[in-house]
Design a protein around this ligand. Structure first.
Ligand SMILES: Cc1cc2nc3c(=O)[nH]c(=O)nc-3n(C[C@H](O)[C@H](O)[C@H](O)COP(=O)(O)OP(=O)(O)OC[C@H]3O[C@@H](n4cnc5c(N)ncnc54)[C@H](O)[C@@H]3O)c2cc1C
Length: 269
């Protein structure tokens, strides 16, 4: 049985796995491919220390190499659910099951409703983060589809940095379609067309509380202490799945904390 299974191989999961390994624990990562990480679609990252002017793809490839060099096994697949069995956990990946004593969930954002064109143009005009991508649209016209509590202030932030913002709250339109060629050129909201260079979709997330029965969530995120312990003993969470802001530096820090807490938990078992 493995000491620690990390579900999700983005910045939070990679950080957690490296720390657990450095603390002498056996660890595996179960994750979708790198290309399926949201970070893969980021063309330019300017706020992650030590890695100036890199793309999401660059960072993920560096992370992957570091994991391989550390001898950490990566199971490239989707984990379907986890079952608690006494003091251990069994993670199902369809035909395969993996057992561990401690589980770290770093599954990123789980999207709710995907609009036509949203996935196609993610990173090419569609963004989920005004702080991350706002500067790319300075002097340009963007639409903000505001479905969460922070959306109005995020739209104000975009205006403050020089974006022309067309704001859609929950009542202004119900149906959206994002159109373009190489990049976004147009948003159709209900039946009206708007010429835009970017579309910010700011929505609540659904936390994977159905991944592990009994896991407490708050506003769609996994509820976690500052130690990254969740409501289930032996289960820790890190990164975007625990809430905002959705940022690499935060995910990496939380991954580190989650792993240290998991090691402490294992040492007391
Ligand atoms: C276009 C774009 C630009 C961005 N730009 C910036 C930026 O400039 N600066 C910045 O700080 N942040 C930026 N971000 C945000 C940043 O990408 C996230 O904050 C960061 O990737 C979060 O890391 P994470 O490990 O929590 O989640 P993720 O990176 O989302 O990783 C989670 C991984 O888990 C996998 N996964 C999920 N569920 C399962 C499952 N059941 N089984 C197996 N695998 C699973 C996912 O496929 C994914 O690979 C940007 C995001 C986007 C989309």
């Amino acid at each position: 049985m493995t000491d620690v299974i990390v579900v999700g191989g983005g910045p939070a999961g990679v950080s957690a796995a490296l720390t657990a390994k450095n603390r002498g624990k056996s660890v595996i990562i179960i994750s979708n491919s790198m290309e399926q990480s949201n970070l893969w679609k980021s063309k330019l990252i300017e706020n992650y220390p030590g890695c100036p002017n890199v793309s999401g793809e660059d960072i993920l490839k560096t992370f992957r190499k570091q994991i391989e060099d550390a001898g950490i096994e990566i199971i490239n697949t989707r984990a379907l659910n986890a079952l608690q069995m006494g003091k251990s956990f069994s993670v199902s990946c369809g035909q395969e099951y993996y057992e561990c004593k401690a589980l770290i969930l770093s599954v990123g954002i789980t999207q709710q409703l995907v609009y036509p064109g949203e996935e196609e143009f993610l990173g090419r005009g569609v963004s989920y983060c005004a702080t991350c991508d706002g500067m790319l649209y300075r002097g340009k016209k963007v639409a903000v589809i505001g479905l969460n509590e922070e959306a109005a202030s995020e739209a104000e932030f975009l205006r403050s940095i020089g974006c022309e913002v067309e704001y859609f709250d929950k009542v202004r339109a119900k149906k959206y379609e994002i159109c373009g060629n190489d990049a976004v050129t147009k948003l159709i909201a209900d039946d009206t067309e708007y010429s835009v260079d970017g579309v910010f979709i700011l929505r609540s997330t659904i936390a994977p509380n159905n991944f592990l029965s009994g896991l407490t969530t708050e506003n769609g995120h996994i509820a976690a202490e500052s130690s990254m312990e969740t409501s289930t003993a032996g289960v820790f969470a890190a990164g975007d799945c625990t809430g905002r802001p959705y940022q690499i530096a935060r995910a990496v820090g939380q991954g580190n904390t989650a792993a240290l807490s998991a090691c402490e938990y294992l040492d007391k078992m």
